[in-house]
Design a protein around this ligand. Structure first.
Ligand SMILES: *Cc1c(COP(=O)(O)O)cnc(C)c1O
Length: 587
């Protein structure tokens, strides 16, 4: 298939901004309904019906039908005022058009309503979920035969799944070490023990044969944390202040929620600084781990971000994995690495394919290293074009997946039930996200010349916006680098104070909202860790850093129709005119 043919073929995967695919999409919707009704009718054909023809003709029945019909009309009318995120004029949040495979997949499961909490209420849904997880695993470079995972309500919960497991693993190791220290009276090195690894754990269990009940009593997760911390302090001969999680300053706010939910305290989430391109700074990781070791605070996990929520930056996942490998080899430390690829996970379809050049070499290297992490978050409801609510949590293998159960320690894993609820934070879960991803995988497919081509097209749309819309405007500065399909820009006149530039950028945003022709968003980089990135940005207009935050207008280019020439030809000049008009109202 040539890329030209592919571009036309891809038009079969979306409804069309003007409902161009209406006729046959209607037929498919109808076919889904036909099959659903038939499924019910064909089961136990000898059983009686519950609703007779007379019932359906009775006045009471007809009145209720009428009420339902009217209120449904009310709902439909309300929804017509909903944000038109499918529109090529929408470049706001991380949402756009849905694909037809995702919509059909979602709708089909919705009607059958399986609950993936258990195989008893999801005979088919759980099987499809496992296959869809296999597809996502393969996409990011995990071995689909050994990787494990499940769908979540979104990236927030998928990130929690990572913390949950990393915390349990560390707790297993530390509980055993505490038990040994207390029974032998030998001093405890908390930092070493907390990163000991399963091989050493297994050897120690064999050597000391601890009673499982006694181990539970040494666990800060299964036992009493205050008591365990007190005893860890005593065994170590110094105060034990608990583990830390290392997360870059560009993190999503779900990480702060994780601190609250897991009771670690926000203080335990240590921010990793950013380099002047806004990416995870390896030198700061070095400093933070050294600091953690000196404070005898175990590193529960290192988090990197593949596609930051605000600006789409891809952290150097490869170099972070290298550094962790080095600590493992030189010091024996096993540190959990979680990649928050909620936004950027699907970009893993681009490397090693025909469209690879839309990405910078560093981004390609980072995306290819996502598979080196212990666990990964992916949001199909972002760049997977799947309806809400659909996130996914993936672990490299069963060891890293099933670790979140205290009573089934590592060595006795075969005893763990394989019913999904035993290893998911959420209880009842819809199968609809899984079926949507499954049908997407079976049709568009997550190969570089399929899904990769689609996403590469969106990165190119961002470039078109940047070059053809912003390129013609004076005093507009794009935040560099642009790692993905999010283009952020600010205003800035030569020598202007940042506070004044920020005010004008904010006013431009307000004017664009007022005009209402195109939807964009705004973001502010304001952490102390953004300082060097801000300095680098304002140096472009010789700006004066009189305040420590940078206001940006943020445009997410994930509308599939921008790949169409007709749409581009119409949108580019109109977008430029809208911005020019908004700029003219500023002073
Ligand atoms: C969106 C996002 C999340 C949270 O995902 P939800 O699906 O909104 O819960 C987490 N991390 C990153 C990097 C994100 O972009």
């Amino acid at each position: 298939m040539t890329s030209r043919d592919n571009a036309v073929g891809a038009k079969a995967y979306f409804p069309g901004p003007k409902s161009e695919n209406e006729a046959w999409v209607r037929a498919e919707f109808q076919a889904i309904l036909d099959d659903w009704f038939d499924w019910r009718k064909s089961d136990r054909t000898g059983d009686p019906a519950a609703i007779s023809r007379d019932d359906r003709l009775s006045a009471d029945f007809l009145a209720e039908r009428e009420r339902l019909s009217q209120e449904l009309d009310t709902l439909k009318t309300l929804m017509r005022r909903e944000t038109a995120t499918y529109s090529p004029r929408y470049a706001g949040h991380m949402v756009s058009e849905l694909t037809l495979p995702a919509l059909f997949g979602q709708l089909t499961a919705l009607l059958h309503n399986p609950n993936n909490t258990s195989k008893e209420v999801s005979r088919v849904g759980t099987v499809i979920e496992a296959e869809a997880i296999g597809m996502l695993a393969e996409m990011i470079g995990y071995d689909p035969a050994t990787a494990r995972g499940h769908f979540t309500s979104g990236g927030t919960v998928a990130n929690f799944e990572g913390v949950w497991r990393a915390r349990y693993r560390l707790d297993h190791w530390l509980s055993l070490a505490l038990w040994i220290a207390e029974s032998s009276g030998e001093p405890l090195n908390v930092f070493e023990a907390a990163h000991m690894g399963w091989t050493r754990y297994a050897a120690l269990v064999k050597q000391h044969a601890p009673d499982p009940g006694a181990l539970r009593n040494c666990s800060a997760v299964a036992g009493n944390p205050a008591d365990v911390f007190r005893r860890l302090s005593k065994a170590a001969g110094h105060d034990y202040l608990g583990p830390v999680v290392l997360v870059p300053a560009s993190k999503h706010f779900s990480w702060r929620k994780a601190a609250n939910v897991f009771g670690l305290g926000e203080e335990a989430f240590w921010e990793i600084g950013l380099d002047d391109e806004g990416r995870f700074d390896i030198a700061d990781l070095e400093r933070r781990v050294t600091e953690a070791e000196a404070a005898a605070r175990p590193v529960l996990a290192v988090v990197s971000v593949a596609g930051t929520t605000e600006t789409g930056e891809i952290d150097p996942v490869d170099r972070i994995a290298d550094r962790l490998d080095q600590w493992r080899a030189e010091r024996g430390w096993r540190i959990w690495h979680h990649v928050d690829a909620a936004y950027g996970g699907f970009l893993c379809t681009i490397p090693d394919g025909p469209h690879e050049t839309v990405l910078q070499p560093a981004t390609i290297a980072a995306l290819k290293a996502v598979s080196r992490a212990h666990s990964v978050t992916i949001d199909p409801h972002k760049l997977g074009f799947v309806p809400y609510a659909c996130g996914a949590f993936l672990a490299r293998d069963a060891d890293h997946y099933t670790v979140s159960v205290f009573d089934a320690p590592y060595l006795e894993r075969p005893q763990i039930s394989d019913d999904p609820w035993t290893s998911t934070l959420e209880g009842s879960r819809s199968a609809a996200g899984a079926t949507a991803v499954w049908l997407t995988g079976r049709t568009i497919g997550f190969a570089p010349d399929r899904f990769g081509a689609l996403l590469a097209g969106m990165i190119r749309s961002g470039d078109v916006f940047r070059n053809e819309v912003l390129g013609g405007l004076d005093g507009v500065h794009v935040l560099e680098p642009v790692d993905a399909n999010i283009v952020c820009f600010s205003l800035g006149a030569p020598g202007e104070a940042l506070s004044a530039a920020n005010r004008r950028t904010r006013a431009l945003y307000d004017a664009l909202c007022e005009a209402g022709d195109f939807v964009v968003t705004t973001t502010t980089l304001g952490s102390v860790n953004h300082r060097s990135q801000i300095a680098r940005h304002i140096a472009r207009f010789d700006g004066e850093a009189d305040e420590a935050r940078l206001v940006l207008i943020r445009c997410v280019f994930m509308n599939p129709y921008w790949a169409s020439e007709a749409i581009r030809d119409a949108m580019v000049p109109q977008f430029a005119a809208t911005i020019r008009q908004a700029l003219s109202t500023l002073d």
